[in-house]
Design a protein around this ligand. Sequence first.
Ligand SMILES: *Cc1c(COP(=O)(O)O)cnc(C)c1O
Length: 232
Amino acid sequence: LISDNLAWVKAQIAEAAQKVGRDPKNIRLIAVSKTVPEEKIIAAQKAGAELFGENRVQEALKKISHLGQDGFGWHFIGHLQKNKVKDVVGRFDLIHSVDSVALARVIDAKSQALGQSTRILIQVNVSGEASKFGIAPEELETTLRAIGKMKGIRVEGLMTIPPYDPDLEKSRKVFSRLRELRDHMAGLSIEGISLKELSMGMSHDFKVAVEEGATLVRVGTAIFGDRPPVEE
Ligand SMILES: *Cc1c(COP(=O)(O)O)cnc(C)c1O
């Protein structure tokens, strides 16, 4: 049952937080609802889920238009193409996956045109995996300095997706590296940049992510069950 799964995930988050002396209140759970039908999203919301993560623009827009933005906080967590930015700005509470200055520029322009400012995280490719999107750690400072100047964007933190590895200690290294990068960048006090959020951890590794400082965990399968195969 979705409500049981949700309760289990929340208990695991609390346990991991307590283990390292963190307040579980500082960790927000995003129920990753990509491919999940609306009835199940409603069931999760009734059971107490407040934030929902989607990675496909068209699918997400349909759900948002049916379910609304009241009581459902929508987070965009997938790779975002520049030509889809116009559909995303104003509809999501947070975009987790900004992975280039060029993409940020398009988001900035659209947001300013609407008189809004869009909250984003910068996706960092901590592990340097060729197939993954994200900014290289060496380019993070320059990227933050460029995006910090954009009036239509509020950077609130960093996000990462480690390569899948059943060995959780491998994921832990990626998570702790993201935290160190964040601490280092925060120490530079770059204008226009806040780095309070660390979006990291999925169904199989969210506990270690919480132990390493995650403030947002993105959990799909452990809440909604297996998704149909084949997705990027
Ligand atoms: C699908 C997805 C998740 C959730 O993955 P699960 O293993 O189902 O928890 C988290 N983050 C991103 C970016 C995703 O695309």
